[in-house]
Write a new protein. Structure first.
Length: 276
């Protein structure tokens, strides 16, 4: 059945309008990219809190698990953006220690995604071409064996690389990280024969920093959180003391390149004082 002439005309106008909007957005994105590259100052270590997968799915009328799947695809996109700009270190927070108490079906889906993405990254040409060292940070003891094996294979295949460092924070909590660091320091000093009084007297912040999951790379100078939530929720509590923060209203699967570039331009416009 043919459509009424008015309907067809309106449909054509919408197509022209949407094409025009796309062209405008593309032009704006190109301008932002030139500004960001032209400024020169980029984060040495970018932290990303990937928030809003479930709400994205709910808003779109999709199954909850699809939100996590779309979120995993978005992480691949954002990795590409970071590689193109030459950001030296990136930490993405995929799963918190609090998240592990979620509905068992949802958690199982997230862990299956994690296994799939780890195996995918292990053979991703971009990872090897750019010599990206990938590390899984957090507490993984309770993960299924196949997930642990996939993460271990990914770390082993990239262990010798000296390009970008990509930390995947899974089973991660900032408080747990600090506790683990303190335990490592105490165990090391005890093995060296130091007494408790000596350990207390000599303890300095750098002793804790040396045992954090991110030891050996700069603290994050810029942290982006999506979904409109304005809090850290325990992300890199020790390392973020002088970080700059950017809170974006869009849910993680809907995070666009233009949103990413806006955030970086905002970072470049800030004066960092480091408490001085």
């Amino acid at each position: 059945m043919s459509r009424p002439p008015l309907y067809a005309a309106l449909h054509s106008l919408r197509k022209v309008r949407d094409a025009g909007r796309g062209a405008l957005l593309w032009g704006y994105e190109r301008r932002l990219l030139r500004e960001v590259r032209g400024h020169g100052r980029l984060p040495r270590h970018l932290g990303l809190i990937l928030d809003g997968n479930r709400r994205y799915a709910r808003a779109a009328g999709l199954q909850r698990e699809l939100g996590h799947s779309f979120g995993a695809e978005k992480a691949h996109e954002v990795l590409q953006w970071c590689l193109e700009l030459g950001i030296p270190a990136v930490t993405i927070w995929v799963l918190s220690t609090d998240n592990t108490s979620r509905d068992p079906e949802e958690l199982a889906h997230i862990l299956r995604l994690l296994e799939r993405e780890a195996r995918s990254l292990a053979t991703d040409p971009r990872i090897h071409a750019h010599r990206v060292r990938v590390r899984a940070i957090g507490q993984h003891g309770a993960f299924p064996p196949q997930v642990l094996a996939a993460l271990r294979e990914l770390e082993e295949k990239t262990a010798g690389y000296d390009g970008m460092t990509l930390n995947i924070a899974v089973g991660y909590g900032g408080r747990e990280e600090i506790v683990d660091a303190v335990k490592c320091h105490l165990a090391g000093r005890a093995a060296a024969g130091a007494g408790l009084a000596d350990v207390i007297a000599e303890l300095k912040p750098e002793h804790i920093s040396a045992h954090l999951y991110t030891a050996g790379i700069p603290d994050p100078d810029f942290i982006i959180r999506t979904s409109g939530e304005i809090r850290l929720s325990g992300f890199m509590l020790w390392q973020s003391v002088y970080s700059e923060f950017y809170f974006c209203d869009v849910y993680w699967p809907g995070f666009r390149r233009v949103d990413f570039l806006r955030a970086l331009r905002d970072f470049q416009g800030r004066e960092r004082r480091f408490g001085r």
